[in-house]
Design a protein around this ligand. Sequence first.
Ligand code: SAH
Ligand code: SF4
Ligand code: F3S
Length: 519
Amino acid sequence: MRVYLETFGCQMNELDSELVRGQLLSLGHEFVAHPDDAQVVLFNTCSVREHAEQKVYSRLGLAGVRKKQGEQLIVGVIGCMAERDGVDLFKRYPQVDLMCGPGELDRLPLLIDNAARADAADRSERIALAGNKSRRTATLQAAEDNLEILDLSRAFEPVANDAKSRSAYVRITRGCNKFCTYCVVPHTRGAEVHRPPAHIVEECKRLVDAGVVEITLLGQTINHYRYTHGTALTVDGHEAPQVGPGLSVFRQPPAAGSRTTSFADLLHRIHEEVPSLQRLRFVTSYPRDFGDDILQVMRDSPRICQYLHVPAQSGSDRMLKAMNRGYTVAEYLEFIDRVTTTLPDCTIGGDIIVGFCGETDEDFEQTCDLIRKVPYKNNFIFKYSPRPGTVAFDRLPDDVPDSVKRARNNALLALQNAVSARAHERWVGRSVPVFVEDIRDRSSSTQVPSGHVGLSVAGKLPTASSQVVSRRQLIGRTPGDLIVAIPAPDGAETLLGSVQPARIVGSKPLLLDGLLSAS
Ligand code: SAH
Ligand code: SF4
Ligand code: F3S
């Protein structure tokens, strides 16, 4: 059948969509670029904020109109929103034919087949949701993990000659055990389950053999990766995915005789066993239990990117407590101190929630202070959005008016802009490898402002007049995830998806200007 798949939400969802696509292609389905040409329309959804869900509801509205006009169309809601909304969604949106949670995606082809059958009356054959059984039976589920098969059966065809396919995600941990009070993720993705290191290394190798240049490891709290060998085996004796340990494990040395792979071990293994991988990165780091062992592996492994996305969420201890984040501002700052001491060039990004339940002007001022203290390259700033099913939704009043949330959001954006400007400035005059991702016409670009090309630093660097001034720009990223704009030379297309040395000649708050170094 002709399938249209649209993805919302985080990198986990992008990876899930890639795996779903591979799975459906291998079964003979084809993909189309526009929903109007499709027989099956799938939305891979996100529930993290209300706004993310509204986008999907409006897409469902459009699909509903088509069905009312008599079109034969299968509409599927997959991903986190399916899991959060549950069967309730069928009642409110009868145009929905199938629902599949993120933990059940291996069953999606069957659901599509069932929905396509003329006698597709039985709704239960078109639903695959973990519901609240996921946590109770997590151990059992991990051992029999069919989802693992989805990751393992990933298509490893040589990548097309474009930048997007040369950068790949690899999941190391599913789910989350942290239960921050505002967050739906533990409810939609289920318990934390760690994949066996051998599976992860093998997947990285095969991706690199197929032409991948950059791998980003994914986990909600990635530094809490830990695999204890010899405890979770499949019936045929292979290592199976494993439910994550409690947090106390990170506060004591491993038990005598236990053989574990920590996150630091895993990073080291991938770096050593996949030598042709040019860039290894990971998201998202949790500010607690981030050991020096990880920082040391990052320092000693030249192909691991010195970049941390490590959200603080707030700069107020009172708010951090209400959020159940499990660290104080002082502990967060102590961690940042260890990062900048061991890795002086490491770039740091984060997320902040403004207007969480009970946040006063004073709490907010403390968040501003935190942003002034940490050399963040960027922060994603979100207005608190109450999510049904979370502890905050049930127990804490959403008492900060939207106008105040908006004002705090804007004030933080302005402050972050100034902090970002400083974090970018310090790269001017240095040479950096840039992973080239895109070519843009400078005049048509509104997001990336035209740079200070030609600005000479201390008179030592080549200026634009020594290079051909181009209207087209290469857009790429440094190992520290800073965006670089470079005047595009003739034949720039051949550079897409490769890593090129560049010299940084100027900076803006969220952009570096570079020139290709003569290689
Ligand atoms: N596991 C990651 C975050 C995943 S969700 C971590 O712990 O850092 C991505 C971001 O969405 C979070 O960092 C948080 O800033 C934001 N977020 C999550 N729930 C939210 C909510 N209910 N309202 C507003 N922002 C939220
Ligand atoms: Fe959500 Fe907290 Fe888990 Fe991150 S650590 S996914 S914010 S519950
Ligand atoms: Fe959204 Fe689910 Fe990711 S809620 S942020 S798609 S884990």
